[in-house]
Design a protein around this ligand. Structure first.
Ligand SMILES: [Zn+2]
Length: 261
């Protein structure tokens, strides 16, 4: 059984990591790529810190986990019969007065705990529905497009993909339902292009390199992880901060790729 106190401790530790990243980025002003990596660490911390404290809590059972009103016989094992008779069960207030370790969560009425869980579950369901809607929308957009079979475009795309460090070029698809190039897909990436898009050596090349850099940096995976985090920790302000900073730093890092290539 995971104690809420262990989760809370992990959350506080994660807040410390997020705060450290925020200060580092604000004070040291690292490159966009490094900033993006730091925010990825912050995103991981939001999951790993609570997981670590819960694991530690389950491995080292704290005396606080033994309820005060558990019969002494049950706690003492085989020698229990020789122990004095158990104390009568006390109310939380009485326990506090006696200095016994009473945990706030255990004080909470069962109904309040249930209501909180329902509220959290409703937020998770909403977040998951939003994520699913966006994924389906992207799939429909790609499916409605037309495979761009121009040899010139395919060759230019292959050259730029190699320059960025991609082993496989994304599949180019043109659509009149998009105004700007964008990449989709984790397993088989697709580069969605506006209808009539011409890939030349000017600004359009920089735009494509920017999109290819998103694939090279695996930003789509990070984006998905951030969306899942937001769906789960929708109530956590720092989850929103990390998600926003992740997106902004990824865009800056891809702009740097577009300038450099
Ligand atoms: Zn971008």
């Amino acid at each position: 059984m995971i104690r809420p106190e262990a989760v809370l401790l992990g959350m506080l530790a994660a807040c410390g990591v997020v705060g450290a990243v925020w200060l580092t980025v604000r004070i040291a002003r690292p490159s966009a790529a490094l900033t993006s990596s730091l925010w990825r660490i912050a995103l991981l911390a939001l999951w790993l810190m609570p997981a670590a404290t819960c694991l530690n809590d389950s491995l080292h059972v704290s005396p606080l986990t033994v309820p005060v009103d558990v019969p002494v016989m049950m706690r003492a094992g085989p020698t229990a019969p020789t122990m004095p008779p158990m104390a009568p069960s006390l109310s939380p207030v009485a326990r506090l007065e006696q200095g016994a370790p009473v945990l706030p969560w255990r004080w909470a009425p069962i109904r309040a705990r249930g209501a909180l869980l329902w509220l959290w579950g409703a937020g998770v369901a909403l977040g998951a529905a939003g994520l699913l809607r966006d994924v389906m929308k992207a799939r429909r957009l790609v499916r409605a497009g037309v495979l761009a079979a121009s040899a010139g475009l395919t060759d230019s795309l292959a050259t730029l993909s190699r320059a960025v460090g991609l082993k496989v070029s994304p599949q180019p698809v043109q659509s009149d339902r998009t105004a700007a190039p964008a990449v989709f897909g984790l397993r088989r990436p697709t580069l969605l292009l506006p209808a009539g898009f011409v890939l030349d050596c000017g600004a359009s090349e920089a735009v494509i390199v920017h999109e290819l850099a998103h694939l090279r940096r695996r930003d789509l995976v990070t984006q998905l992880a951030a969306r899942v985090t937001l769906a789960t920790l929708w109530w956590h302000p720092l989850a929103w901060l990390v998600s926003r900073e992740l997106g902004a730093s990824a865009e800056e890092a891809c702009d740097d790729w577009a300038v450099a290539v």
